[in-house]
Every structure is written in C-alpha cells, then in structure tokens.
Design a protein around this ligand. Structure first.
Ligand code: SF4
Ligand code: SF4
Length: 418
C-alpha cells in the first residue's frame, strides 16, 4: 500500500480556504470513456427482501430536475427524496423525472424527519397527512419505501405513532416498505436496533473507506461491517450514503486510475469524480451492501454514477478512495465518526451536524438545503456560541485534525438565516 505523503496539517494551513470556499459548477462535463452510456436492467440487483430490482446507484438530492431526468434516462431507477429536501421542491423534481415512465419500474424512497428522528412529537395523523402531501409533490399514488430520516435515538425506531402510520398507509396500498436512515454518532446502536426490531426492510447508512486496515473495516464504526452482515442475513436491504468527505475539486476532470494515487494529483488535476467512482465501487464490493446513493449535481455525477453502477471494483479502488479520504479529512468530518468533539464542547454544539451542513453548502452548492437543515437544529446546538468561545476544546478532542472551530464559525456565518 503506498504511503500517504501528504501532510494534512500543512494542507489545511495552505489550502483549506480555497478548498472549502470552492463552489460546485452546475455541471461537470466529465468524459468517462470506459463506462457504458447507461445502466441496463441486467445490471440491477435485488433489493433485499423487498424483491424489487434496482440500479446499484440511487439518485439522491439534486439541485435541478434535469439531473434527475438524466439519471432516469441513464437507467437509474431508484430515487431517494426527503420532506426537508429543498422544502418539498426536490420531491417535485423527482415527480418530473418519473413523468412518462412506467411507475412500476421505479423505486421511490421518501424520508420523514421532523418530530420523528429525535423528539418524538409527531402523531400518527401528522405522519399520514405529511405522507399525502408528499404524494402530491411526487405526483404518484404510492411510495415504495417510507423512512425515518437521520434517526438519532434508537427509541424512534419503535415509536408507535410512526409505526401505526406505516401500517395504516400500507393497508391502504399507499406504501410498500419501511426504512430507516442514520449517520448519527450513535450509529452502531441505531443500526443494531433497526436490525433487531426486524420491522425495517431498508437501512440507509453512512459507510465509507475510512479505514487504514481491513478492506471493510471502519476506523469510526468498527462494528458496522458485522452489523451489515446481520442485516443481509435477515434480508434487510442496505443502501449507503456519505461515501465521500465533501467534494474536493468537484466538477473537474475525472479519470483517476490506480496508477495515479498521489493525493496532490487529486486536487491539482481535479479528479474528484474518479475518486468518487473508486469509493462507490469499493462500497458496492462489500457483499452486504446493495446500493450507493449519489447527490446528483450535474451530468458529471450522473456519468460517474453510471460508471459506478456498471463497472466492477478494481485493484487500486480501495487505495484511491482512502487516499482521497486521507487528503480530504482536514476539510470535514470523515463520517462515520463517533464525535468525541461534542462531548468535549462545553456548549453542546451539534458539531458533526453543523459541519455536515457546512459541507453541503460549500462542496455541493446546496445553499438553500444547508440553511434549512441548519435552521432545524435546536437553537442551543447551533454554532453562534463558537464566535466567542474561549475553550476551543473541540480542537484537541478531534482525532482527525479537523479545524473544528474555524469550520463551525464559517458554517454559522454561511447558514444562519438571521
Ligand atoms: S469553538 Fe467552543 S463552542 Fe464551538 S464547538 Fe468548539 S468548543 Fe464548542
Ligand atoms: S470534528 Fe472531528 S471528532 Fe468531531 S465529528 Fe468531525 S471528525 Fe469527528
């Protein structure tokens, strides 16, 4: 395995401003000559016990309908959306992408969050009402899978209000399957509970090549590969997200191969999408993973998704993905991370969430979405306190060398609606 030659702290010192300040061009115009033009049904996999055949790459959040329409044209048939994505506008874009296509050939997952993920304040009636609003946005009469989004407490998984809404909607033929998503610091506990309940057909989980050791090990979540194995054994479908830290040099030229793993090269020649393909194939090569979800920012990401969903894992992918992560770890959190920084923070700032929303803003150009999500944090968990904090305890608590306070302050300035 090549030695990582980059000095992370010197990178942070010299390049972080440019890296995190870069906005993502609306389209990447990458050329990926080795990949087929589209994903064919013969490339699809069976999504666990749902029995549904889907592309190995799903289209997630996007800024415009064109990227989603291009995704569907390219053979991607799994679309993931959420109530809080662009305040419903994203679901309407998914609806546009579905128009004129046989509904039975598309798998749509819809995520619900407020009042369900942490504070369990939503009633069954609330969820049913919100579900019907979602149907209107999508312009469809059923949703394939409804998920609790960003679960932060294991108790949320057995919340009667949520489960009753699901049973009611399922009996009415409005929904087919139940799912849960998490990238929370308590991820181990939440994933274990999801599997144990055996109520959930789909698990959407953060998973990426952060390890220095075993291929599927994870520095942040050492038990995750074993848990995914348990999920698979029960037929629970596993979709993954957050396979990259941010999007360094996104929108630039792709094509990074196993012979070009110099981390400086990733930045200097802007080969982010090549590293993304490598990370995707790495994740998909885990036999317990079914799907990778992509944020779709333009034609470049659609092409990378097609390549990821049609070409096999190759020697060099794991190393390339890890090189990218080692390189990028100073500019954001290597999700998964158990967030020891939060325990150290005297003010209880939701550091991992704040930095993730900052990453959405800076790297993916998802300005409105990042602001909406930041506004959904409890006031006391936001980062305004960082502006005057003298403790800076977060800095020494972070094992990844993330310049936490600089990033939380920056995020607050960008994301605060005040
Ligand atoms: S700067 Fe202070 S308040 Fe902000 S996250 Fe760090 S320790 Fe917490
Ligand atoms: S700032 Fe560091 S400790 Fe905190 S969540 Fe990010 S990587 Fe983990």
């Amino acid at each position: 395995m090549p030695t990582n030659t980059i000095n992370r702290r010197s990178f942070i010192g010299t390049s972080i401003g440019a890296a995190v300040g870069a906005s993502v061009p609306p389209s990447g115009a990458q050329v990926l000559p080795s990949a087929p033009a589209r994903i064919e049904p013969s490339d699809y996999i069976t999504l666990g016990r749902t029995g549904v055949r889907v592309s190995k790459v799903a289209a997630g959040l996007s800024l415009d309908a064109d990227a989603l329409i291009a995704s569907a044209d390219a053979g991607i048939n799994y679309f993931d959306t959420a109530e809080i994505y662009l305040d419903g506008e994203h679901a309407k874009m998914v609806g546009q992408a579905l128009k004129g296509r046989p509904r039975k050939d598309i798998f749509v997952s819809a995520k619900f969050q407020p009042g369900l993920q942490n504070e369990l304040t939503a009633t069954t009636q609330d969820v049913v009402r919100r579900f019907h609003v979602f149907l209107d946005w999508l312009g469809t009469d059923y949703i394939d899978c409804m998920l609790i989004h960003n679960v932060q407490r294991p108790e949320a998984l057995t919340n009667p209000a949520w489960l009753d809404a699901y049973r009611l909607l399922k009996a009415q033929g409005r929904v087919r399957f139940l799912g849960a998503s998490t990238h929370d610091p308590k991820l181990h506990e939440i994933v274990a509970r999801t599997i144990e309940t055996n109520l959930y057909d789909l698990l959407l989980v953060a998973y990426n090549p952060t390890t220095e050791g075993d291929l599927y090990g994870s520095a942040g979540w050492p038990r995750l590969p074993r848990l995914l194995e348990e999920a698979k054994a029960k037929g629970i479908a596993v979709a993954t997200m957050k396979i990259m830290i941010g999007a360094v040099a996104a929108g630039a030229v792709s094509g990074l191969g196993p012979d070009a793993v110099d981390p400086n090269d990733i930045v200097a020649r802007g080969k982010y999408l090549g590293a993304r393909v490598a990370a995707s194939r790495w994740v998909l090569s885990d036999p317990n993973v079914d799907v990778v979800q992509y944020t779709m920012t333009g034609p470049g990401t659609v092409a990378a998704a097609v390549e990821s969903g049609t070409t096999p894992f190759v020697e060099g992918d794991a190393e390339l993905a890890r090189v990218y992560h080692r390189f990028a770890s100073g500019i954001g959190c290597p999700v998964p991370c158990s967030a020891p920084c939060r325990d150290a923070c005297p003010a209880d700032v939701a550091i991992a969430d704040v930095l993730r929303y900052g990453m959405y803003y800076d790297h993916h150009g998802l300005h409105q979405q990042a602001r909406l999500e930041y506004a959904s944090l409890a006031v006391e968990s936001r980062a305004n306190i960082c502006l005057t904090c003298e403790s800076q305890a977060c800095l020494s608590a972070c094992p990844e060398g993330v310049p936490v306070s600089a990033l939380t302050r920056r995020a607050h300035a960008q994301l605060s609606l005040d």
